[in-house]
Design a binder for this molecule. Structure first.
Ligand SMILES: O=C(O)CCC(=O)C(=O)O
Ligand SMILES: [Fe+2]
Length: 347
């Protein structure tokens, strides 16, 4: 396949670049990594009897936590990582055979959020959404899908339980309490070692358009979350732990009580970083709106109802302002929605 000049430029083989090209050089104004706080992100043991309390607290104050004793076999995570690495190590021409189309969601390419940033990101990604292709089937094995879905369900009920929500309150729960998901999506991210990491960005600041995201990162630091009053905080890799973050749809469902967390990935000079995000959302026909149990005259619903795909459309247009575009009214004094990312200084 011959590349048009722009495509060739956008699909630079990052592994072979010796000097950071200008198009990848971020300034502080662009959100280039600056200093970072050392406050540790909460670590929650899923087998802890008080897990529900800890999860509720973490979702409210951080919008993210690290999860241990989650029951996903280490071998399964390692296998996923190994097949992902194999895929990214293919020659660029091979990877481009599975290139994501300009408006598409699935496939290989630069970060989908790239168009919202003035500079290119030092990463490549592969998005799998129930793709029938053979390579995707290999990377998206049924047991991984099944295990991650089971964990996501368990976490959702724990999170909803911490808000006082029971099975009868969720009309899209099946008879056994299972929360049916839409097409589960898997996002593989590869961040090659970078010749000038202080001026580069792996993945620009964003929130996820999910209910929950469950992320496996290899043992190389890079993920940072933003916390009001603290700034950017590194989520230090813990062997075998998964990072769980609140997405925008859970933010809406909880009427802003649980906040979707702004996060980004930075890069380093010597190590290749790799992450796998399991993107969990509701079935496509379900409209997500603030749960009625969480609203009253004093706490009116802050968001209008949206389906996952409607929200993705809003996000594709308005990016980090998407939550305010589905907002109904301003928060009351005692009910501050801390995570509308309009005013967050990204950087
Ligand atoms: O690589 C990471 O740690 C973050 C990935 C991420 O935020 C995403 O895929 O949405
Ligand atoms: Fe993300």
């Amino acid at each position: 396949m011959s590349l048009k000049p722009l495509d060739a430029f956008r699909h630079l083989d990052l592994n072979s670049v010796k000097e950071l090209p200008d198009s990848y050089a971020w300034s502080t104004a662009d959100g280039c990594p600056s200093s970072c706080s050392s406050e540790p992100v909460p670590v929650i043991n899923l087998e802890d009897l008080n897990a529900i309390k800890h999860v509720g607290h973490a979702c409210k104050t951080w919008g993210v936590f690290q999860l241990i004793n989650h029951g996903i076999p280490t071998d399964l995570l390692n296998n996923m990582e190994a097949s992902g690495r194999k895929l990214f190590s293919l020659p660029i021409q091979q990877k481009l055979k599975a290139a994501r189309s300009p408006d598409g969601l699935s496939g290989y390419g630069v970060a989908r959020i790239s168009s919202f940033f003035p500079k290119l990101m030092w990463s490549e990604g592969f998005t799998i959404i129930g793709s029938p292709h053979e390579h995707a089937e290999k990377l998206w094995p049924q047991d991984y899908k099944k295990e991650m879905n089971k964990l996501a369900n368990r976490l959702m009920w724990l999170i909803l339980g911490s808000l006082g929500i029971t099975r009868g309150d969720i009309n899209w729960a099946g008879p056994g309490g299972e929360l049916k998901e839409a097409s589960p999506a898997l996002q593989l991210n590869s961040y090659p070692a970078c010749p000038d990491p202080d001026r580069a960005m792996g993945l620009g600041a964003h929130t996820d358009s999910t209910l929950l995201t469950i992320l496996h990162q290899n043992n190389t630091s890079g993920l940072q979350v933003h916390r009001e009053g603290f700034g950017w905080i590194t989520v230090k890799p813990i062997a075998g732990a998964l990072v769980v973050n609140v997405g925008d749809l859970l933010h809406i469902l909880s009427n802003g009580l649980y906040t979707s967390v702004l996060h980004r990935a930075i890069v380093n000079q010597t190590q290749h970083r790799f992450s796998i995000a399991y993107l969990y959302g509701p079935p496509s026909n379900v409209r997500i709106s603030p749960l009625s149990k969480l609203t009253d005259n004093v706490h009116p619903p802050l968001y209008r109802s949206v389906t996952w795909s409607e929200y993705l459309g809003t996000k594709a247009k308005h990016f980090n302002k998407a939550l305010s575009f589905v907002r109904l009214c301003a928060p009351m004094n005692d009910f501050v929605d801390t995570n509308d990312h309009n005013s967050v200084l990204v950087g």
